[in-house]
Design a protein around this ligand. Structure first.
Ligand code: ZN
Length: 85
């Protein structure tokens, strides 16, 4: 179904803009599997990867930085919870 997958919203906090054709967006995702701890992946837009489950679609550098900050904050918070448990 052409076009059905072409609506992407930025995953950045308080952003959510729609991707236009030819926008130079970024893709981010996290994975635990490869190194047995959380890893954050960042790569330039790729139509195939964009359709993968769990992939975040990101409009630009600022939103990438916000999501990276969230990722790091979540890990620190989890570490704190563990160390005070
Ligand atoms: Zn954005």
């Amino acid at each position: 179904m052409p076009g059905a997958t072409s609506f992407y919203r930025c995953a950045g906090p308080n952003c959510g803009i729609l991707r236009q054709q030819n926008d130079r967006w970024w893709l981010m995702w996290t994975s635990f599997a490869e190194f047995n701890q959380p890893v954050l992946y960042l790569t330039p837009w790729n139509d195939e990867i964009a359709q993968n489950e769990g992939t975040l679609h990101v409009c630009g550098e600022l939103c990438v930085q916000r999501l990276q900050s969230q990722f790091m904050g979540n890990i620190r918070a989890a570490q704190l919870r563990r160390s005070t448990a």
